[in-house]
Design a protein. Sequence first.
Length: 273
Amino acid sequence: MKKYAPAIVLWIVFETVAILLWQMKDNLFYLLNFSYIGCSMGLGVFLFMRGHQHARRIVQLLVGLYMLVYLGLICNENMQIEGFWYYLFTGVFEAATIHYAVAKIFGPLVFGRGWCGYACWTAMALDFLPYKVPQAPRRKLGFIRYIVFALSLLFVAGLFLMRVGGLERIMFWSFLVGNLLYYAVGILLAFRFKDNRAFCKYICPITVFLKPMSYFSAIRIKCDKDKCVSCGKCEKVCPMNVEVTNNSRKRHNGTECILCMECVKACPKKALQ
């Protein structure tokens, strides 16, 4: 049972949130929504522990398509960062604000940037591109994410300051256009830098929320120094250029870990867990 503790903990966290929000908001949607996401992510971790080759990809599709197609396109909910700012400015603790609080602001205290590895619908598509292992050193372009973060805030703030009408419709169209831009830029960068996760490293504004909390993540990859032979295979396969064998929270790119477990699978001595 201890082996499956991460899957159980992840499921319990989401199920607890689901029940609490259901009772607080008196809305069955929150119970079904967060239960579905929690079960999907817990299933992925469980399948990985069982040695399933495509465990993470299964979860990416289950959660990513649900959020993109059902919540975004069918329910017209803008789950991107501008949607978060929109609901925050309107003072409505619903939809995107709850999603961000659970998955991207407080949730990372438990599962770090697991969202990026298992639930992001942008990364869901990018991870199918050919450069799963970065072909070149990481570039110093991370500052761009803060610019995109600020622009998204200014965009929504400008709409409110100018008293623009039909904001809900604008938010839906910004969700559509934003996703198209994200996919286009993500694919372009992947081929330009030969790195599927270039968009995540340099452009994605969500990481501005994720990185600080991920530093304190309860679930994280650790290295058993007694087993490690310093072969470097784990760091070679890491899509986020994390200094995997360093157990310190200050390790290089430590807050970038997406818990994809590629390092664990690559370790010949089973020193990572």
